[in-house]
Design a protein around this ligand. Sequence first.
Ligand code: MSP
Length: 533
Amino acid sequence: MTICRSIRSIIWQRRFRHSFITTPIFYANSAPHIGHLYSAVIADAAHRWEILKAPNELHQFTTGTDEHGSKIERAATSASLTPIEHCDKVTAQFRALFEAFDISYTDYIRTTEERHKRAVREFWARLSKAGHLYKGKYSGWYSVIDECFYKDSEVEKIRSLDGKESSVAKETRNPVEWVDEENYMFRLSDFKEKTKKILESTEVITPTHFKPLAIRELDACGDLSVSRDSTRLKWGIPVPDDPSQRVYVWLDALINYLTVNGFPDKMQFPAPTCQIIGKDILRFHTAYWFAFLQALNLPLPERLFVHGHWLVNNVKMSKSLGNVVDPMEIAGLLSNDGLRYFLLKQGVPTDDCNFMKLKAIELINSDLVNTIGNLLQRSTIPKLNPAQVYPIFDAKKVPSNCAQLAKELINDLGTLSNRVRTHYDELYFYRGIEILLNIVRKTNAFFQEAQPWKLSDQEEILTVLAVSYETLRITAILLSPIVPKFSAHTLSRLSIKPNEANLQEAHFRGIGCFGGKLGSEKEPFLNRIKPNN
Ligand code: MSP
């Protein structure tokens, strides 16, 4: 069955080269921070990259907000709002964030929408009909902050300074409370072996670095409580035919990936091609999600891309420490594309990453302003290019002192997109970006060596400019998934039309390809950021 499904999925992939990328849906309890933006920016870059590779195919990219549960209910109460008023407010903040950072989602799902509630009810009914649910007594720990059940072995006692004892989850250090209730259990144990085989024998989890963690977490799972007593959890979707129970928020939330695909009606895609998640929610997306899908005979996602967390000056972000970085605020200093760039260049998915303002400023200044921005500014000044044209490259007119460098550059530009592609396909964006930066650095060295401002032969000057513009053009195309506005500005200055900014054009075109007038915007897109701004 599974083999048939995967063959079907491979055939589908080959035929359509579609993509369906998801972010987790974000808790609507408080305003977004840079960690949330990171998940969204990786997904957005992946989506833009898929479009660049196959512009005429179908590309779905979904995100949204996770709006049910005690955590949201409590946040609303402390803000003196009703839960839905609170969700409306936080959702508006996420949407504003995504707009500001060019997160080009194709669908935004809120779990409070009717289309989603319908999907959850239908999913539940199918689980129940197929015998995967039973009513049982759940006694154990629950953390409202994590919205997660914990076993005894996953909890420990701590003593506060005033001598009071309380219990916390070992992994997250969040408080847990003892729960004794009658609710619906899902026979997750029936799927553990199958899921384990999938995790072990496929590359569904990338980076594979996270495989052992996923397997450990799966091993620790038993049957799962999938509902909560409605006297404890009011703000949730009622269990069909049993209003005394509410659907467990993780089951509710995971189903969003089906709702956006059309479930319970005809689904547009077999399954997501890539789901982006932080390492803290791996257990929910492997042990739980894979079991739910198998229970209904639905295809699994082709890939889960897991990323580490952002710390701030090496400390975990938390409201109580007051070190949460607001992306909108910090973008006032770094610019929106600057922050996108920093997150994707500094963000190494396998590790936790460290946010330091000075480091971010340094990186943006050195890469976007000094390396790329500077090459664009110095090579387009009217003094060197009075006619303001995109010149034609003439191999016979390469100044002799930099002929070797020019040859190397032209070769490098020929293979650039393939080299970058290897890393972007893996969503190791920082590696692809480094390759791009290296070629721009090399072109700056070439420009310096050629000294076009000292040349008297106009055709030689134009040939030096042509090599520089070609580097900038190809780099800007390949950077467009990372920094869309910065790239668009560079391409517009070079007078490259949007329909020419695609992967097929991302190689050295040689003589006679362009030759049009440059764009009129002479100001740099980004100015050097001063640390004390
Ligand atoms: N609502 C659940 C997800 C349900 S998906 C069916 C949830 N929400 S969350 O708002 O807490 O987290 C959303 C995403 O943000 C997760 O991928 C999480 O890993 C990520 N991040 C939250 N804090 C983070 C950092 N400090 N750094 C990087 N990403 C982090 O979990």
